[in-house]
Design a protein around this ligand. Structure first.
Ligand code: ADP
Ligand code: MG
Length: 382
């Protein structure tokens, strides 16, 4: 199994973006992006509005020309190839279906302009209708379909000429949450069945996690994190990614040696970190579900395990959410932490009650460089 995975990774990438830039006047929309995409991969560009996702996708599709840099597909430069010769399908948030054509003719349109013979065309359109489960709707016009059905037509139309790469720019953005989740599951299954390469754009982190094998996190025209959702969540490469993907607690600490630090006058164990100097300010990041909140009684009957830290705090607020509850606490030095506990693991806690917060040093990340703006959720938007 692992040998097979390694073989795939050593294959030449299907798509290579090399030092790609896009400027609009003085404004840098895409800032020196380099990225390899493997054949058959489902890769998502995730970032807030204005971070350069659509511009990057448009250059791959051929609707925008790079200011500089290269786009290679299967080793060949695409920069001078017009969009319709790129072997790339595209789906947008606005379905852009032809209102006067029925579902069947909308799906068949790309084959018609490619002058494909009628028999073959009908066969392929039938196959697509089946794939997106719209056989009973083949004679309807777009206005007679729901938003989700219209988007399935747009997906079928993008896939009918069997492009090697499918690009999707916020294709589910106009749909409500339940339908979006159903279509996310359909898309994931479709990708698995067809083995096509998909590059997907979204600003919705949950959607990116549900769909993708890898996620590229965009901020100010750059890719600031790249990996599986699991890797990026468990081990964010920087504080921006930690706060953008999921929730995080940040503690300002000072290095003491290479595996300890001081926090509000107390010594903490931290992951061994190289290249830092004594007394250097560092940032510690703990996910809300990685820390335990204990009453003094609970802490007294459960010794702190080796390699775990314990700090004192007082409850600011608890919010019961069904299977879990969140507990916000404040340390004596005024640091706020929000922790997530499974219901039943923590008794009801009154505001102001003293608690102890514990976490394993191995579960917390340490960063030596960050900006204040990285630490808030809205980071990355222009
Ligand atoms: P995203 O898809 O991540 O929301 P875009 O790639 O659409 O972001 O845009 C990135 C930045 O480039 C934005 O600040 C946007 O305003 C700017 N931009 C995009 N297209 C143009 C254009 N044609 N002219 C000037 N600025 C543009
Ligand atoms: Mg966009």
């Amino acid at each position: 199994m692992s040998a097979v995975i390694q073989d795939n990774q050593s294959q030449a990438p299907l798509v290579s973006l090399r030092n790609l830039n896009k400027h609009y006047g003085d404004f840098v929309a895409v800032d020196n992006i380099s990225l390899d995409i493997q054949e058959g991969e489902f890769l998502t560009f995730l970032g807030s509005s204005g971070s350069g996702k659509s511009t990057t996708l448009s250059m791959l599709a051929g609707f925008e020309t790079p200011s500089s840099g290269e786009i290679l597909v299967a080793g060949k430069s695409l920069v001078n190839v017009p969009p319709h010769k790129r072997d790339i399908g595209m789906v947008f948030q606005r379905y852009s279906l032809f209102p006067h054509l029925n579902v069947r003719d909308n799906i068949g349109f790309p084959l018609e302009i490619r002058k494909q013979a009628r028999g073959e065309r009908e066969r392929q359109v039938e196959a697509m209708l089946k794939l997106v489960q719209l056989e009973q709707f083949a004679h309807r016009r777009p206005a007679q379909l729901s938003g989700g059905q219209q988007q399935r037509v747009a997906i079928a139309r993008a896939l009918v000429y069997e492009p090697r790469i499918l690009l999707m720019d916020e294709p589910l953005g106009a749909l409500d949450k339940k339908l979006r989740e159903d279509l996310q599951d359909e898309l994931r299954h479709l990708h698995r069945r067809l083995g096509i390469t998909i590059v997907y754009v979204t600003h919705d982190q949950e959607e990116a996690m549900r769909l993708s094998q890898r996620i590229a996190i965009f901020s100010h025209g750059k890719i600031v994190g790249l990996g599986s959702g699991y890797e990026l969540y468990q081990n964010p490469p920087n504080a921006f990614v930690a706060s953008f993907l999921g929730n995080s607690n940040f503690l300002k600490i000072k290095a003491q040696g290479h595996a300890a630090a001081s926090f509000e006058g107390q010594s903490l164990a931290v992951r061994p970190t190289v290249g830092i100097t004594e007394g250097q300010e560092l940032l510690l990041m703990v996910r809300p579900e990685k820390a335990q909140v204990l009453t003094p009684q609970q802490a007294g009957s459960m010794p702190r395990p080796a390699g775990w830290n314990e700090i004192q705090a007082r409850v600011a607020e608890t919010v019961f959410l069904g299977e879990s509850l969140t507990c916000s606490v404040t340390t004596p030095g005024g640091t706020q932490l929000t922790l997530k506990e499974l219901s039943g693991s923590t008794p009801p806690l009154q505001t102001g009650a003293p608690v102890l917060v514990r976490w394993a040093a191995a579960d917390a990340c340490v960063y030596s460089q960050w900006q204040e703006s990285d630490l808030s959720k809205a980071a990355g938007a222009h």
